[in-house]
Design a binder for this molecule. Structure first.
Ligand code: MG
Length: 282
């Protein structure tokens, strides 16, 4: 693969990504795809999707897990509902993530990813230890499918994420770095975080956001905005990716599925911006 191929976050029938026809129209060569709903996670559906991607010359670089019942309405709701952290749904979601790993294998994809949720702060708590054990089981399963699992950033500080990854102690556990999430969740300066976790970054999102007002960070959401219009600083971000020697896809995320026309327009502009910056930095 060339250095830094452009990518976009795509969806089949679940998640916030663009549909494949938009990827094709924009001429984008790689996608991360949100796993479809359980009933469409079949070998036939996988083959059909793969055929469409192959025909369009689109490479699937990552399959993202997501679960029914997750809500990003506000930070407290996200904490209660997202990922493998919530106890009531943990066992079922670990099982579902294994199914998603199997689905990714059918797509010939060697990377799965997810938001694990807000990892408990206390490394000695029973809850934290149980999460570590469950994550280890999942990683061992994923490994049999010749896959790595990338954790999306944002819900933890860089240091807490590093602690967790080190406690899980599996070599197929990596990071999907999303600079905008660090801002949206108020978990730290994205560039400093990238420098801190760079050795574990295996995929990235190109997304932008503005901070919540001082005093409200980590309490209220920041705002997601079109790429280049937020507080990440895309040139600085790409330079930092260069410094950590990341060469994989630059996967654009624009999470406004309620306005598909705007989403497509913003992604088109994001492609142009990244192409320009690649010329300068890449
Ligand atoms: Mg993201």
């Amino acid at each position: 693969m060339e250095k830094w191929p452009i990518g976009v976050f795509a969806s089949v029938d679940a998640g916030l990504g663009v549909h494949l026809d938009v990827v094709q129209e924009l001429g984008i060569p790689t996608i991360q795809v949100h796993a479809p709903h359980k009933q469409t996670r079949t070998p036939e559906a996988a083959q059909e999707f793969l055929d469409r991607c192959n025909a369009a010359g689109i490479q699937i670089t990552c399959v993202f897990g997501g679960f029914d019942g997750e809500s990003y309405a506000d930070i407290p709701t996200t904490k209660k509902t997202v990922g493998l952290v919530p106890l009531e749904t943990r066992a079922a979601r670990v099982e579902e993530m294994k199914e998603i790993s199997d689905f990714a294998r059918l797509l010939g994809c060697h990377t799965v990813a997810l938001h694990i949720g807000f990892v408990p702060e206390d490394r000695n708590s029973e809850d934290y230890k149980a999460l570590v054990t469950e994550t280890q089981h999942l990683l061992d399963y994923v490994k049999v499918n010749s896959q790595v699992l990338n954790l999306e950033t944002g819900q933890e500080s860089a240091d807490h994420l590093l602690d967790f990854i080190s406690d899980v102690a599996r070599d197929n556990l990596k990071i999907n770095f999303d600079p905008a999430n660090m801002i949206l969740y108020g978990t730290g300066d994205p560039i400093a975080a990238l420098q801190r976790v760079g050795h574990l970054v295996a995929s990235v999102h190109c997304k932008d956001a503005t901070w919540a007002p001082e005093g409200k960070r980590g309490i209220d959401w920041g705002a997601e905005v079109p790429l280049g219009e937020g507080d990440v600083g895309m040139a600085t971000y790409l330079r930092a990716l260069n410094d950590i020697e990341y060469t994989g896809p630059l996967t654009i995320e624009r999470e406004i599925p309620e306005d598909r026309e705007q989403q497509k327009a913003d992604i088109g502009k994001a492609v142009d911006l990244l192409d320009e910056l690649k010329e300068l930095i890449g």
